[in-house]
Design a protein around this ligand. Structure first.
Ligand SMILES: [Fe+2]
Length: 300
């Protein structure tokens, strides 16, 4: 990987720095399993202690579950999400200028022609991925908020895993896996039709790259419309990661978010189980709001 200093835990030759960082990550990840939700009483005016609680969890594990009083007024809710993101230094949402209000995307079962047939807008399970894995390098997604407006009657559980932990599992198994997945052509998403009908160019890049002290991950567990670099170690690494995510890691978080609850994170790996399959017709009450950012959460 380029851009890694000798002192970095991400330098594969620096066993000491890696061991120290790894220990901290495992300890913090274990603690996070029972940390629960950070309660935010007024999203428009977060208390300093609430902000610090979120930042501290994100410094530790890149993920912070939170709860707010459920809000039924849509424009107040959207304002709340923007206000919290501001306090956490996430900057402008991705596509804010071009999409206006749509910078906050409602993930719900949709029969709109532009969304019909796309898994995020269905009741189907969503495979493990990081957000925006198909984006161009100049539009890397480094953080997002997922906020529950209305939960499903049944299912719709999210699992989320700190990318650093995925890196640790891979490196502990075989450091060559990290080298393979850091190759600038490791993962290709071919050119495709976007949800709005426009053509999205092919996205070619690594799974892992490092920016300063931060590990950035770009990944999808989907098996269709994805090309992995044709190399035996890459194939092994991809299989290992897929198995890890399917079998589950002790440090995975799992939550069925309730109205008002959500998660701030530095674009960690996540999935979603299927939901409301027993509801009549293509219907579910579940609504999740998602806001993506090119920035990470401030200083985390
Ligand atoms: Fe996602």
């Amino acid at each position: 990987m380029t851009g890694i200093t000798k002192e970095s835990p991400f330098d594969l030759r620096n066993a000491a720095a890696y061991a120290e960082w790894r220990e901290q990550k495992i300890t913090a990840g274990t603690r996070a399993l029972s940390a629960g939700f950070v309660a935010i009483s007024d999203p428009m005016n977060m208390a300093d202690s609430e902000v610090e609680a979120i930042l501290s969890r994100c410094r530790d594990t890149n993920i912070a579950l939170y709860s707010t009083p459920p809000e039924t007024d849509d424009s107040i809710l959207r304002g709340n999400l923007r206000a919290m993101a501001d306090r956490l230094g996430m900057g402008e949402p991705e596509g804010h200028r071009s999409k206006g209000e749509a910078a906050i995307v409602a993930l719900t079962v949709s029969n709109r022609p532009s969304q019909r047939g796309f898994i995020p807008y269905s009741r189907k399970a969503l495979n493990w991925h990081t957000d925006g894995y198909y984006n161009a390098p100049d539009n890397t997604i480094r953080g997002f908020i997922l906020h529950c407006v209305q939960d499903a009657m049944a299912g719709g559980v999210n699992q989320i895993l700190d990318n650093d932990i995925a890196y640790i599992r891979l490196r502990d198994e075989n450091p060559d896996y990290i080298t393979a997945l850091s190759h600038p052509r490791a993962m290709t998403i071919p050119e495709t039709q976007e949800e709005d009908g426009t053509l999205r160019p092919a996205s070619i890049g690594p799974v892992f790259h490092v920016e300063g002290d931060d590990l950035i991950m770009r990944y999808t567990a989907r098996t269709r419309s994805i090309e992995w670099r044709d190399d035996p170690v890459t194939r092994e690494a991809v299989t290992f990661l897929q198995n890890l995510l399917i079998e589950g890691d002790p440090l995975m978080l799992e939550a069925k978010l309730k109205p008002g609850q959500g998660v701030f994170n530095n674009n960690a790996l996540h999935n979603r189980t299927a939901f409301d399959g027993d509801e009549v017709g293509n219907h579910s009450r579940r609504i999740m709001y998602r806001v993506r950012f090119n920035n990470r959460i401030r200083s985390t």
